[in-house]
Design a protein around this ligand. Sequence first.
Ligand SMILES: *Cc1c(COP(=O)(O)O)cnc(C)c1O
Length: 370
Amino acid sequence: MHNVPFLDLHAAYRELRDELDAAYHRVMESGWYILGREVEAFESEFAGYCGAKHCVGVGNGLEALQLILRAMDIGPGDEVIVPSNTYIATWLAVTHVGAKPVPVEPDERTCNIDPALIEAAITPRTRAILAVHLYGNPADMPLIMKIAQRHGLKVIEDAAQAHGARCQGERAGVLGDAAGFSFYPGKNLGAYGDGGAVITNDASLAELVRALRNYGSREKYVNIVKGGNSRLDELQAAFLRVKLNHLDRWNCQRQSHASYYTSALAGIGLLLPDEADNAGSVWHLYVVRTTKREHLQKSLKEKGIDTLIHYPIPPHLQKAYVELGHGTGSFPLAERMAEQVLSLPLWPQMSEENRFRVSEVIRSAFQEEA
Ligand SMILES: *Cc1c(COP(=O)(O)O)cnc(C)c1O
């Protein structure tokens, strides 16, 4: 019996080797490696893909979110509403600009921030809502936008797991005021190193992010703000241009693998992931929930099948955030999800044989239990 990895990053390289190698040679031979033609071309192609006016390539997903917050002049003394159930990078972006993350619990069904609980968390210091499309499934953006408009707040999308996801027909990236994307290798659109992007329809915000990513300068040696260094490089942009052409096909494959799991695993007592209404998830992860998570993960491991937990400790219980004073029990839904979630192997090129094996092992693990 062969092993099933959690994901196989080499599969996309095997599939696109000639195109990726050609992109590599094109950049190497150009003699130009930072902020050049490839980054410009990728920015316009990715903006077009998202249906947005502007894209700014940056160093990674965390910095994409941070640069948006800085460009919105959000900092010390300000509060930003964040999901209690998310990857810690969402919170880190807020604290890195000096603002305070104010957690809101998730909707039980989608695991995304529950819009019904947002208003109770708004104070006079609240400046923005940072919504996450967790696991590739879009947050309830129409409701979130309505609440934000009522209270004069900005809305930022953490779209690091949601390249190509749709909400009421529109792509992640244009559902709020600005969005941060990550091109970490394992994401739906992944580079061969670090990378990220800011997407927005707001021209002045895009201009400011463009300056902030490059020492606060648009014109060489003329600095209009105290910027940093967070640039997407030419090689990664060239690789991303190749892969962007295949993103929709890969997302369809993910969708079809997810439906396979959903029918194969029905009726055995696992809580299966569910798409929100009007939403098109791109299935960055397929996450099941069970009170017998350890038993399930162990049974899979014994058969050589890798799984991961996204995420085992919610941000408010991390040592990094003791200063906020949220103890155990302060966000019980996020805590329960952290105890019950398990991500199954899933990548676009995953074979039917592998999907069958994973499903069979899970079914028999649960039949033994019963
Ligand atoms: C990956 C990820 C990030 C951070 O992206 P990096 O490129 O690793 O900095 C932020 N938020 C979420 C939800 C992510 O999954």
